[in-house]
Design a protein around this ligand. Structure first.
Ligand code: URA
Length: 246
């Protein structure tokens, strides 16, 4: 996906150009100080001409090179990952590595996770640099459905369907959970779709019914399905249609 125009649009809202030192920082891992040093060394060319002035105005369509290599704006990024167990949905490594450590891409620090999974949960994780987009996934008001495949310690039957649809009272929480859709595949294997993301919500919903979740896997968020071609730990960029579907 080419998100470059979005960034240009943001710059152009303010003016029709961007300062060269800012442009270099946006496109590379260089800090403003290192960008200035690269400029002073004569490592930067704009349309083939060496430019040493940090305040030089880069305009749309200009080719900027660092040591002869073209650099361009990264833009907003959207991707899906098939999360393995023993990784965490945090932006930093803690006891377990962050899911971001599975991404071999530039500037991972600009990314965040749109809806966390527990360390022992597998499946679909959406990762983005776009805060407004991720808000539509995580805000309970937006009622974005998240579908899970759930392995249970105890068998369940159809009588649980209306109970989950009516909402469950969770320990230490006021009120009921929002209506959830339960589909029974086998007595110990179900699909559950919820539109909230309370702490350990799926596990607590079944615990409230005296059951225990022994395996949890997220299959979809909204209409974005986990790509079956992705093995655990693999990722890909979202398509434009997937991005627009949220
Ligand atoms: N509900 C849980 O209990 N755990 C998850 O990882 C996701 C939803």
């Amino acid at each position: 996906m080419d998100a470059g125009p979005i960034i240009w649009l943001n710059f152009l809202k303010l003016s029709n150009h961007v300062r060269l030192d800012k442009f270099i920082c946006e496109c590379t891992s260089l800090t403003r100080t290192l960008a200035k040093k690269a400029l002073h060394r004569g490592d930067i060319t704009c349309d083939g001409v060496v430019v040493k002035d940090s305040g030089f105005k880069v305009i749309k369509g200009m080719q900027v090179c660092l040591e002869g290599e073209p650099i361009s704006l990264i833009g907003e990024r959207y991707l899906m990952l098939n999360k393995p167990i023993d990784t965490i949905c945090s932006t930093i490594d803690e006891v377990y590595p962050s899911v971001l450590s599975l991404l071999d891409i530039e500037k991972p620090e600009t990314l965040h996770i749109a809806g966390r999974l527990d360390v022992d949960t597998t499946g679909l994780v959406l990762i983005t640099s776009d805060g407004q987009w991720s808000h539509k996934i995580t805000s309970p008001k937006k009622e974005c459905g998240k579908r899970y495949l759930v392995n249970l310690a105890e068998p369940v039957d159809e009588s649980l369907i209306p109970i989950f649809a009516a909402g469950i009272e969770l320990r230490n929480e006021d009120g009921l959970t929002k209506p959830a859709l339960l589909e029974i595949i086998e007595p110990n294997l179900v699909r559950l779709t919820i539109t909230e993301g309370k702490y350990h919500q799926v596990k607590r919903m079944f615990a409230a019914q005296g059951n225990h979740v022994v395996g949890l896997h997220r299959e979809s968020i909204g209409s974005i399905e986990l790509d079956p071609r992705l093995d655990l730990g693999e990722w890909r960029y979202l398509t434009d249609a997937e991005i627009a579907s949220i």
